[in-house]
Write a protein that binds this ligand. Structure first.
Ligand SMILES: [Zn+2]
Length: 167
């Protein structure tokens, strides 16, 4: 199987043959995503595995791994976010929708097979969906806030009390 996601693939065939495509994509190629990034150097590694669901539908299982630099919504400084996502996309024939909740889990979506021919678009869409709604540093880890909270810069209620004692 080719590792080229830039040319159209037959997603149904991929599923039927249970073959896979894997590789890496430069983040700078993913224009919709790049808008959200502080730094679009780096890449996303992916694997698209053809498979069949328990209910017998052809499907693609997407695995994505990337380290992205987003803007922390608390301090507006860059924050590194690791993306580790797996999603199953069930392939529906065009105009032949079916209930996606028939025994599949939450990480499952149904898409028209025709939409799955452009894997690069598909991967980018999944990556955008995997981004945290509010990217931010871990609690108390914002570099700017940390500086502001240095002990010498802050007035502790205890030091105020101590000051009063001496009066
Ligand atoms: Zn922050």
């Amino acid at each position: 199987m080719s590792d080229n996601v830039h040319t159209p693939v037959d997603a149904n065939r991929l599923a039927r043959e249970r073959s896979y495509i894997e590789g890496r994509l430069d983040l700078s190629r993913l224009l919709r995503l790049a808008d959200l990034l502080v730094d679009d150097s780096g890449e996303v590694s992916y694997r698209v595995q053809g498979t069949t669901t328990e209910t017998g539908h052809p499907a693609l299982r997407l695995d994505l791994h990337a380290k992205l630099t987003l803007v922390c919504q608390r301090c507006l400084e860059p924050v590194d976010v690791s993306i580790d996502t797996r999603r199953e996309l069930v392939l529906a024939e065009n105009g032949n929708a079916f209930d996606p909740d028939d025994g599949e889990d939450d990480d499952t979506d149904v898409i028209p097979a025709a939409e799955a021919t452009h894997l690069e678009d598909l991967l980018e869409q999944e990556l955008v969906l995997s981004l945290p709604m509010v990217p931010q540093h871990d609690e108390g880890r914002c570099p700017v806030l940390l500086k502001r909270e240095q002990p010498d810069g802050r007035v502790s209620p205890f030091s105020v009390l101590q000051g009063r004692k001496g009066q």
